[in-house]
Design a protein around this ligand. Structure first.
Ligand SMILES: [Zn+2]
Length: 269
């Protein structure tokens, strides 16, 4: 059974929508990830998680081609990032979702691989629902926030708070499990956020318990010399395989939960 949207003919897409399969849309960006990790880390990781999850449940979901460029203006002091203006990005992703809705997909799940995409993607998801007057559901999950991924990540990690951030232990491990030949682990470093505790975030542990969960994003080049924020030196293929497996299982669980989520009618009060 086909599960890749791009490989279907139009009648198969119509059928997939009629079967109320969940449209799974990976979203990433291309940006610097230190000297050890390629710029496609966010795209590769979230696309692979989606690909492997949807492949296991083709009757329940379809894999939409990924959105490969995202919102990274604060990274532009490093060579490599391709950034899309925030409003263009929101409108672009909303147009992708609304096209799927136009073809009768009722449930669209974006799986995001880049932290700074989160805020614009949440707006794109909400605006898609508004555009379709509540007749569709459009949701967003960051892959590191999938329940099983988070549990496995925190179980196996060796770095303390802040070690699992941009290009740190988690992303580097997963990339190692996917394409080991493209990494240069001799260049992996442990570089941490210079900001006070209230402005530090760890992908898997969230806010630093010694501070408040405030949001602040200065220019990346003001915070890191290598482009890494986290501990890439603790990464391993073995951990990466486990992280990946947990994320795939967790995403399948989430897709199934979303598939049976009722689209409740609006009521004019
Ligand atoms: Zn990343």
């Amino acid at each position: 059974m086909k599960y890749r949207y791009a490989e279907m003919v139009w009648s198969e897409i119509k059928e997939a929508a009629q079967q109320e399969r969940v449209a799974v849309l990976p979203v990433g960006t291309h940006e610097d990830h230190g000297l050890h990790l390629p710029v496609d880390a966010d795209v590769l990781i979230c696309t692979e998680i989606c690909e492997r999850a949807v492949a296991q449940i083709p009757a329940e979901a379809v894999l939409v081609p990924p959105v490969i460029h995202g919102y990274s203006p604060h990274h532009m002091d490093f060579p490599g990032p391709i950034t899309i203006s925030w409003d263009t990005f929101i409108k672009y992703v909303k147009d992708v979702c609304c096209s799927l809705a136009h073809h009768d997909f009722k449930r669209i799940l974006m799986v995001n691989g880049h932290g700074s995409n989160t805020a614009p993607l949440e707006l794109a998801a909400r605006q898609s629902i508004i555009e379709y007057e509540g007749k569709i559901l459009c949701a967003l999950v960051n892959h590191w926030e999938i329940r099983k991924a988070k549990e496995m990540g925190n179980k196996l990690r060796e770095s303390d708070h802040g070690g699992v951030s941009h290009a740190g232990e988690y992303e580097t491990s997963i990339y190692l499990a996917l394409k080991p030949d493209l990494l240069d682990m001799n260049k992996a470093v442990d570089e941490r956020s210079p900001l006070p505790p209230s402005f530090q975030a760890d992908l898997l542990l969230g806010a630093n318990p010694e501070g408040s969960a405030a949001h602040l994003m200065p220019y990346w080049s003001s915070m890191t010399e290598s482009g890494v924020r986290g501990d890439a030196t603790k990464a391993s293929v073995e951990k990466g395989k486990n992280f990946l497996e947990a994320a795939i299982e967790g995403l399948i669980e989430l897709i199934r939960e979303f598939k049976v989520t009722k689209i409740l009618p609006r009521k004019k009060h």
